[in-house]
Ligand binder design. Structure first.
Ligand code: 1GP
Length: 251
């Protein structure tokens, strides 16, 4: 159990204008234990702030094993990023309790939450209410397909702004804008900046961030936390490269 709850630490960093970096580990994609341990080593070396565990696919087969390995090999807080209501594991530290507010799929807005609530109550996990928004023109991401929802179009940033605003007014503690894992195009800096302007809650940005330039652009546009996944699976050195950009922003 870590000492500072994840939400408190995120808000505290935001208050001091400090950026965070999270690495997304998808147990469905990393099925080789050595690859996982290499990635964890890179995360420790780069002082990654949080490990997100999850993915859009509906499988939970390797979830338990992955979380045990992470908790046994590092002190970085492990945060569940669930693809569905069964993606709960009490060995993690926290869970992003996601409501897909960019979509109109009732199951992902409130339905699965009802099913998960009693399990979560007994889990001991820190539960972080998160307004989750898919943004982008790429309808071929796994997230868009599995959620059966349209992402907010890039040409309509005002919809993203109003959606984030409504999420915060509904009491959500975080807003997570995601282009979807492996997205060809990351969320434009101009959209991030417009959303950031209206929010008090910490803003998480992810999806398709696979270069130093995109990392820099997302931070400079106002992301409080960036999530990188696919790029770290393809090149573990990207963990360190992205962390250096975070560290430059924080000095
Ligand atoms: C996806 O934001 C995360 O939900 C990370 O996306 O895999 O494209 O880095 P990538």
């Amino acid at each position: 159990m870590q000492t500072t709850p994840v939400l408190i630490s995120l808000k505290e960093k935001k208050r001091h204008n400090k950026k965070s970096l999270a690495v997304l580990i998808d147990p469905d994609k990393i099925n080789d234990q050595n690859a996982l341990l290499n990635l964890v080593d890179a995360c420790i070396g780069a002082a990654i702030d949080y490990l997100l565990v999850g993915g859009s696919m509906m499988t939970t087969v390797r979830l338990d094993e992955t979380i045990k390995i992470l908790k046994n090999s590092c002190e970085i807080p492990v945060v569940l990023f669930p693809g569905n209501s069964l993606y709960i594991n009490k060995n993690a530290d926290a869970i992003l309790f996601l409501s897909l507010i960019s979509g109109r799929n009732a199951e992902l807005l409130i339905g699965q939450h009802v099913a998960a609530a009693p399990l979560l109550k007994d889990s001991g996990l820190e539960i972080i209410s998160t307004g989750y928004m898919l943004v982008g023109d790429d309808a071929t991401t796994t997230a868009a397909y599995i959620s059966q929802s349209f992402p907010i179009p890039i040409a309509k940033p005002e919809i993203a702004v109003n959606t984030a605003m409504a999420g915060e007014m509904l009491g959500m503690s975080l807003i997570y804008m995601d282009a979807g894992s492996g997205a060809k195009t990351a969320i434009p800096g101009s959209t991030i900046a417009m959303v950031k302007d209206t929010l008090s809650a910490p803003l998480i940005v992810g999806g398709g961030i696979n270069t130093i330039e995109k990392t820099e652009a997302a931070y400079q546009s106002g992301a409080d936390m960036i999530v990188i996944g696919t790029a770290t699976e393809q090149n573990v050195n990207f963990v360190q490269q992205a962390a250096e950009i975070r560290d430059i922003q924080n000095h």
